[in-house]
Design a protein around this ligand. Sequence first.
Ligand code: C2O
Ligand code: CU
Length: 553
Amino acid sequence: GRTHYHSFVVKSCSYTRLCSAKNILTVNGKFPGPTLKALRGDKLIIKVKNKAEYNITLHWHGVKQLRNPWSDGAEYINQCPIRPGQKYTYRIQLTTEEGTIWWHAHRAGPALHAHSGWARATVHGMVIVYPQQGTVYPFLKPDEEVPIILGEWWKKNVMDIVGNANKTGGEPILSDAYTINGQPGDFYPCSKEGTFRMEVMRGKTYLLRIVSAVMDENLFFSIAKHKLTVVGIDGFYTKPFDTDYIMITPGQSMDILLKANQSPNLYYMAARSYSPAFGAGFDNSTTTGILQYKQNGFNLFSSDPFLPSLPPYNGTLKSTEFTEKLRSLASKEHSIEVPLETDTHLFFTVAVNLLNCTGKPCNGPFGKRFSASLNNISFVFPSSDILQAYYYQIQGVFDKNFPRKPPHKFDYTGYHLPDNLLTPDFGTRALVLEYNSSVELILQGTNVLASDNHPMHLHGYSFYVVGWGFGNFDPKRDPSRYNLIDPPQQTTVGIPNNGWVAIRFRADNPGVWLLHCHLERHASWGMNTVILVKNGVASQTKILPPPEDLLRC
Ligand code: C2O
Ligand code: CU
């Protein structure tokens, strides 16, 4: 493979959206940030210089980072932050992933220090991984490809959102718009001019590369009068299927074919929230872009663009009708390796919790403060990074006792739960796995406070989604229904609202890896944990030595 060199300068820049200008963090002054292109098997070397007044790290979402947790970029997990004025180089070997993935600033925890807050709201971009030399797409080559990044825009400074929510104990503020390629679109004030336009020629096929860089909502996305053919998710091919809409969670990416086969006209592409935790409030606005047919130089469009119909904000069935169509391609060229037997069984509850206020402001529900947890442990980010602590055996940074099962048995879907489960424990705990163990992890959504579709993302791995269901996972009934033939391979999976998912993977990537909800408010409240996979015996099964420019906290 080839090696591609990039230099990323993180700096503040003024952008105008929704009628007002503000400074946002960018890479190289761009919003959304630069798109990286490479072939599978290539290497990316990205030199980052921080010219901003905030700490920063960059995560390569969907890259396996085989044996190289040093370049995974989760702040205080894989590295110390790149402080203002500092540099760091990410060395990325592309291995298993092929298709559309992305990169973003990574800070999932509360602001403990001079913090990087919700930097990823504006510091993100696409990574396109093409088939290796001598190989081709598993579908007819599209005529053109079109990157589509879904995002959000706040009028306020996103770097203050976590800090302010921490002060009040309440919900972080909602965004003021959803965006398509950085633009809110026709239905928001002062936005018509910038609306994203995609020009198409009748008869051609387009590969839409869609990334959800959205912070806080799952989205439905659709294009008026056009079928979408899904061919990939999270950098893995799927069996192609047609659909009128997709449901995409924060963190996910999808490859979609679109045939321009309608009458030459204007059509809206549109996205809005899928937000089953309606009690918590949500932004019900719609972002749009325009699909515009080219007609030999003339633009004689008869009417306003057609609008697609999107499922309702609480359309859990619509969401699962879509996700259950996802199947791995599982062809000869793109074979899969689902662990058929598993030797390590993990069960994590995923919960939003409440805390007593003890002297602090109390703007959460029932006079309490918001918190969130996995297995009732709310993750506390350390002040120096876990990977270095592990590698150099520095004591006191983290514990290795994250529980493999929840602390109590209870009805995860009920509304009347034991009080003790409303109050999580706090800790910086990792779950330790033996190298090469074959793992099954059940992620059980709970109704401790409100249920939501939690998009859970595992760093350093892709996994197979072998099963899901509503209600409580039943170890006697549910495993017999697993799909072990062609389960979708993903790096982010939404736990169905009031339900569970079962994922399987082989622990073949040693290192320190974050697992968290990609809804930023939940991650900020503590919905994270660390999976530490031990080295194997052979030298190619151990993590690589640290880079020369290793940062100290
Ligand atoms: Cu895209 Cu840890 O995140
Ligand atoms: Cu969540």
